[in-house]
Design a protein around this ligand. Structure first.
Ligand SMILES: [Zn+2]
Length: 364
């Protein structure tokens, strides 16, 4: 592990390397530019949602300008919006959630918008050298404009079908919900099991900590009825240490993947999102992140972005940080990708193709 010397990769080379991403939230990975375009279509409702003047000002002025001035003003608006969102969200977990509620969810309540946002995310993945992606979201958050859960799924699945790389969706139950919603989501996951590869429990771990008992029966039902096509994963120990009960339940139900999992000892595969943990204040810096010690100890880890909007990184940028701070080599990157592939929900034919691409793509 990392013993073989390999030359340091620059960002361009890193982007060309084949990569597997298994922990990414659709509603945390919008492009700020697309967000502004969609907001513009809907009308900036300043009374409802506060947009900074340095966003709306240049965006509106751009409409009156032309050529390079127009491009410059738009770029200014986009950059200021990104800065505002990241700055606001990184102040606290409550702000992070508020940013999603105010600035993102209103944009994700129609099929054309859901399709656009999914299409963008897939294009960004392609540009970053990603060869297989598991993309997660909570369909129940997109029904406020009158869409049914099925209409939400149809819009996202439409784009997934046109993806240049294999994509599996992960359906997220949310910690503040209940067994009744989990049952509806489990049925939804099963109905769309050609495209759904995972069932997750997400959202605020502080308010509703641990492995929640109402989630387990539905999660296990999804896995059983899909004959294992749908894998289970759970956001756990991102912000809190596990209890003995949590550990026992994870073992008892054979859950193989932990979302984040940066606190506690796990033999399960961790879906680690280093920059996200820095942004939300769980670790002070990448240098303080435990991912390297997990990896050196032989624990199975994967590297993920969690959401490219608030972390301001694509997966290649995460890799660049691990290379710079911990000296990760191509052999290390190959290993975390093979781990991700092994625990992913892609078909065995797709897995075989991706494995060949990974092996050819890295010095090992
Ligand atoms: Zn997450």
């Amino acid at each position: 592990m990392g013993t073989k010397k390999s030359p340091r990769l620059g960002i361009r080379k890193m982007r060309q390397k084949p990569k597997i991403l298994i922990h990414e939230h659709l509603d945390c990975s919008l492009r700020p530019r697309t967000m502004l375009e969609l907001w513009d279509k809907m009308g900036f409702d300043q009374a409802k949602i506060p947009f900074p003047a340095n966003v709306v000002g240049p965006w509106d002025n751009a409409k009156l300008a032309s050529g390079s001035e127009r491009r410059e003003l738009r770029l200014q608006a986009v950059q200021n919006y990104r800065k505002f969102l990241v700055g606001f969200a990184s102040k606290s977990l409550a702000n992070y959630v508020q940013a999603i509620v105010d600035h993102i969810l209103p944009l994700m309540q129609s099929q054309p918008h859901l399709r656009r946002i999914t299409r963008d995310r897939i294009a960004d993945a392609k540009n970053d050298g990603i060869i297989g992606m598991e993309l997660r979201f909570a369909p129940q958050l997109h029904t406020m404009g009158g869409l049914s859960l099925e209409q939400v799924m149809d819009a996202v699945v439409d784009e997934v079908k046109q993806s240049p790389m294999p994509i599996k969706l992960i359906i997220c139950s949310l910690r503040h919900e209940d067994g009744e919603m989990a049952e509806r989501l489990a049925d939804l996951a099963l109905a769309y099991n050609d495209h759904v590869g995972g069932f997750d429990l997400a959202a605020d771990e502080e308010a509703n900590p641990g492995v929640l008992e109402w989630w387990i029966p539905e999660a296990v039902r999804v896995r059983d009825e899909s004959k294992g096509k749908i894998e289970l994963t759970i956001h756990l120990t991102e912000t809190r240490k596990p209890t003995a009960r949590d550990e026992a339940l994870i073992d008892q139900y054979g859950i193989r993947r932990i979302g984040h999992g940066i606190k506690g000892n796990w033999s399960q595969v961790r879906e680690v999102c280093p920059t996200s943990n820095v942004v939300t204040g769980q670790v002070a810096s990448i240098a303080d992140h435990p991912i390297d010690s997990f990896h050196r100890a032989g624990d199975p880890v994967t590297v993920n972005t969690d959401g490219t909007l608030f972390t301001e990184v694509q997966l290649s940028d995460e890799y660049m940080k691990l290379q710079a701070v911990f000296g990760w080599s191509e052999a290390d990157f190959l290993q975390v990708n093979l781990t991700a592939l092994e625990v992913s929900s892609f078909s065995s034919a797709d897995k075989a193709k991706m494995k060949a691409l990974l092996k050819a793509g890295y010095l090992s």
